[in-house]
Design a protein around this ligand. Structure first.
Ligand code: NAP
Length: 355
C-alpha cells in the first residue's frame, strides 16, 4: 500500500499493554528518551529488561517508576520477550534482531540495519501505518531527518502529489548520540576560553561551526549516506520510486532537534490557503507561522515535544503557477529527532502492533 493510499489518521487501535519488553541501548540518547516516552504514553509493561554493552552492565536506570539493573545484551537476555526495541548500533541490530524476531518477539529497530530490506516495513505511523502486515515481526524506524520531513510533507503529497523536493537540513549534534552532545559541550567550553577550534568527535569542530554531515560521501554521486537515506527511505515509505529529491544534510551547533528547509514542486497546483488548512489538521504537525510576531519553527521550540513544527509556509513564485494556485511551495520545519525522529516513532509503531 502506498502512503497516498494509506489512511491519513493513525490507526484507532493503540496497544499499550505488553508482557516482557526489552530495550537494547537503554543507556544511550535514544534509549533513555524511549523510557520517558513509554511513561508519557501510559505503557504498562510486565517485565522491563534494560540492555546495553558490557560497559554498562550492572549500572542502574530509573524507568516506569522503578530502578532497573542494566544487563549486557545476549540471546538469553532477549529470550521470551514479547517486544524488543533496538536503540544501539546497526551491528548490534544485525546480530540480535533477526533472532529475536524468529523467536517470536516483535522488534522495532531504530538503526539503519534493515531499513532498505524489501521484506521489512519502514514505518511512520502518521504516514504509512498500513505497511505493517499481519505476519511482520521486525519493523524498521526510518532515519530521523526522513521521519520529520515526511510527517510535514505527506499531507501535501496525498492531496497534490509531490514531484520534487529540495531539502536542506540543519541537524543537531545529538543526532550522533551522546558522543555528539559531549563534543558540543566540551568544544563550546573550549571556544569560550578562546582555545583554537579542535574536533573532539566529529570530523570537524562542531562548536561555532557548520559542516556537511559526517556520514561517508559516495565518490561516484557526491551524496553522503544521510542524503542517500532521505531519498531511498522516502521512496520506500511513499511507495513511489519516481519522486525526485535533492537533499543537502548539514550539522549545526544545536544540542537537540533538527530543522529542514523544504522547497516542493507539486504535481497539481495548490492555493496557499489549502496548504495551510491541510497542515493545520495534519496528525503530528503543529503550524508555527506567525509572520507578525516573527514566530517560526526553531529547535528550542521543537525540543521535548511530540509534534513536527511547520512554518514559513509560502508559495515559491520562482516556479510555475496557475492563477492563484502554485506548483511550488516552501516550508521550514523542526522536529525533535530523539523523540519523533527515533524514540517516539518507535513507541508509536509498537502501538500499531496486534495485541
Ligand atoms: N540520536 C538520534 O537522534 C537518532 C535518531 C534516529 C536513529 N538513531 C539510531 O538509534 C541508535 C542509537 O543511537 P543513540 O543516538 O542513542 O546512540 P548513543 O547515545 O551513542 O547510544 C548507543 C547505545 O548503544 C549501546 N551499545 C553500544 N555498543 C553496544 C553493544 N556492543 N552491545 C549492546 N549495546 C551497545 C550503548 O550502550 P553503552 O552505554 O553500554 O555503551 C548505548 O546504550 C543508532 O542506531 C542510531 O543510528 C539515532
Amino acid at each position: 500500500m502506498t502512503a497516498a493510499q494509506s489512511p491519513a489518521a493513525p490507526a484507532a487501535r493503540r496497544r499499550t499493554e505488553w508482557g516482557t519488553v526489552a530495550l537494547v541501548g537503554a543507556t544511550g540518547a535514544v534509549g533513555r528518551e524511549l523510557l520517558g516516552v513509554l511513561a508519557q504514553r501510559g505503557h504498562r509493561i510486565g517485565e522491563l529488561r534494560l540492555l546495553a554493552s558490557a560497559r554498562s552492565a550492572g549500572s542502574r536506570l530509573p524507568a516506569l517508576g522503578a530502578e532497573h539493573e542494566v544487563r549486557e545484551v545476549s540471546r538469553e537476555a532477549l529470550a521470551g520477550a514479547a517486544l524488543v526495541y533496538f536503540c544501539a548500533s546497526a551491528d548490534v541490530s544485525r546480530e540480535f534482531a533477526p533472532a529475536a524476531a524468529e523467536a517470536g518477539a516483535y522488534v522495532v529497530d531504530n538503526s539503519s540495519a534493515f531499513r532498505a530490506a524489501p521484506s521489512v516495513p519502514l514505518v511512520v505511523p502518521e504516514v504509512n501505518p498500513g505497511a505493517i502486515g499481519p505476519s511482520d515481526r521486525l519493523i524498521a524506524n526510518p532515519n530521523c531527518s526522513t521521519i520529520i520531513l515526511l510527517v510535514a510533507v505527506t499531507p501535501l503529497h496525498r492531496a497534490f502529489g509531490v514531484d520534487r523536493m529540495v531539502v536542506s537540513t540543519y541537524q543537531a549534534v545529538s543526532g550522533a548520540g551522546d558522543p555528539g552532545l559531549d563534543a558540543l559541550r566540551e568544544e563550546t567550553a573550549a571556544l569560550s576560553r578562546n582555545e583554537p577550534p579542535r574536533p573532539t568527535f566529529f570530523p570537524e569542530p562542531c562548536a561555532g561551526n557548520v559542516f556537511i554531515h559526517e556520514s561517508p560521501t559516495d565518490p561516484a554521486t557526491g551524496r553522503n549516506a544521510e542524503e542517500q537515506k532521505m531519498i531511498d527511505e522516502t521512496r520506500k515509505i511513499w511507495g513511489d520510486a519516481t519522486v525526485r529529491i535533492a537533499p543537502t544534510c548539514v550539522r549545526v551547533p544545536v544540542m537537540r532537534a533538527h530543522c529542514e528547509s523544504v522547497c516542493l514542486t507539486l504535481r497539481e497546483p495548490a492555493a496557499e490557503a489549502e496548504v495551510r488548512r491541510l497542515l493545520a489538521h495534519a496528525p503530528g504537525v503543529r503550524v508555527v507561522d506567525d509572520r507578525a510576531a516573527r514566530a517560526f519553527p526553531t529547535p528550542l521550540r521543537a525540543a521535548g515535544g511530540d509534534d513536527v513544527l511547520v512554518g514559513r509556509i509560502r508559495p515559491d513564485e520562482s516556479q510555475p503557477r496557475d492563477g492563484e494556485r502554485f506548483f511550488g511551495f516552501e516550508l521550514f520545519i523542526s522536529g525533535d529527532q530523539l523523540r519523533k525522529g527515533a524514540a517516539q516513532n518507535a513507541v508509536q509503531v509498537a502501538e500499531l502492533l496486534p495485541g
